[in-house]
Write a protein that binds this ligand. Structure first.
Ligand code: NAD
Length: 326
């Protein structure tokens, strides 16, 4: 068993947290990860209304008696989002842990803290991690440039970010981005992290509520099959490199400033949702990390978590121990 400050804080068996993923973080996946001994995460904005989020939390609770969390991401959206109402729905549902992402969570902290909720803030830089610690977050998820979705604009990878976080933070932190196997878990622990967060790897599991063709595409992909879109809009996102991502890049490479309206029909979340449901791989865009290059199968969440933890333990107890003795 690998015990860390994060397993203690969250009351979980293994230091493995599922990333918050739009359209993927539903009860089926979150409950499967929690039942496997990790921390499953429901994505708040995947639910169309705060009331629907309350129902999804109740559905997840029917599927697991283990702890799970809710992700609240605050980034530019096509339609305005009533974030305060989503936050209230989380509190009203008696969830014990929230993952915030995208923007400074300070306005939400009084509400969450007064309800006794642990707040993990996802950060793509050390300065944001230190700020999260200063304003009272309980932990941070340090998101390297390898990650899926929004890696920020600094382009610093986890080999640098994680040791910096270990040197400078007092609160526990989870490594996020590029993690998908036991080597990654052992490395993250060695670099000072208290656990790992995996999004893309959990998309390619039996329980992930997305079309088999999307999972197969990620099994077949290499580490070169992601693209960074919205760089020109200061809202960079790492997505799977399909024909739609290539069209977006083409539009962004035109001389002059890119207007979001020019790419909106290609990238709107509603199309990504259809892509996940129907398996038409060129219907829209979907977030995917460089870790697709390490993904070769579609296991259950339980098999995946057990394998990752067992491999990490073997690496630490056998391989690394022997290297030191040699
Ligand atoms: P959406 O349909 O509202 O927007 C589609 C995409 O366009 C999103 O990536 C969004 O960030 C971007 N976007 C929207 N308006 C923009 C603008 N004015 N300028 C620049 N970019 C703009 O989004 P959705 O798919 O329904 O997702 C809801 C929220 O969840 C979005 O904020 C999205 O960024 C976020 N999200 C986060 C992750 C992650 O990495 N954690 C992954 C997927 C989605």
């Amino acid at each position: 068993m690998i015990k860390t400050r994060i397993t203690e804080m969250l009351g979980i068996d293994h230091p493995v947290v599922q990333g918050g993923m739009q359209w993927v973080g539903r009860a089926e996946l979150a409950a499967a990860v929690s039942n496997a001994g990790g921390l499953g995460i429901l994505t708040a904005l995947t639910q169309p209304t705060p009331e629907a989020l309350g129902k999804e939390i109740a559905r997840c609770r029917d599927m697991t008696d283990k702890p799970f969390a809710v992700n609240l991401t605050i980034l530019p959206t096509i339609k305005p989002v009533p974030y305060e109402e989503y936050a209230q729905a989380i509190v009203d549902s008696d969830v014990k842990t929230v993952e915030t992402a995208g923007r400074n969570p300070e306005p939400f902290l009084p509400l969450f803290k007064s309800a006794g909720i642990k707040v993990i803030h996802k950060c793509t830089s050390i300065r944001h991690s230190l700020k999260a610690e200063r304003i009272g977050c309980d932990a941070v998820s340090v998101d390297g440039f390898e990650c899926a979705g929004h890696p920020g604009e600094d382009d610093v990878t986890n080999l640098i970010l994680l040791p910096l976080a270990a040197q400078r933070l007092k609160i526990p932190f989870i490594a996020s981005g590029g993690l998908g196997d036991g080597r990654g878990l052992a490395a993250a622990l060695a670099l000072g992290a208290d656990g790992i967060n995996m999004g893309t790897r959990f998309m390619v599991t039996e329980e992930a509520p997305i079309h088999e063709k999307v999972k197969r595409a990620m099994v077949d992909a290499s580490e070169l099959d992601t693209a960074l879109i919205y760089r020109s809009l200061n809202n960079t996102a790492r997505v799977f490199k399909n024909s739609i991502a290539e069209q977006v890049l083409q539009i962004e490479s035109q001389p002059g400033a890119t207007k979001f309206e020019d790419i909106q029909p290609l990238v709107q979340g509603a199309k990504g949702k259809e892509l996940f449901e129907e398996g038409d791989l060129d219907r829209g865009i979907w977030s995917a990390g460089m870790v697709v290059g390490l993904i070769n199968d579609i296991p259950s969440c339980a098999e995946l978590v057990q394998r990752i933890v067992a491999d990490a333990e073997e690496i630490i107890n056998e391989r690394l121990a022997k290297v030191v003795q040699a």
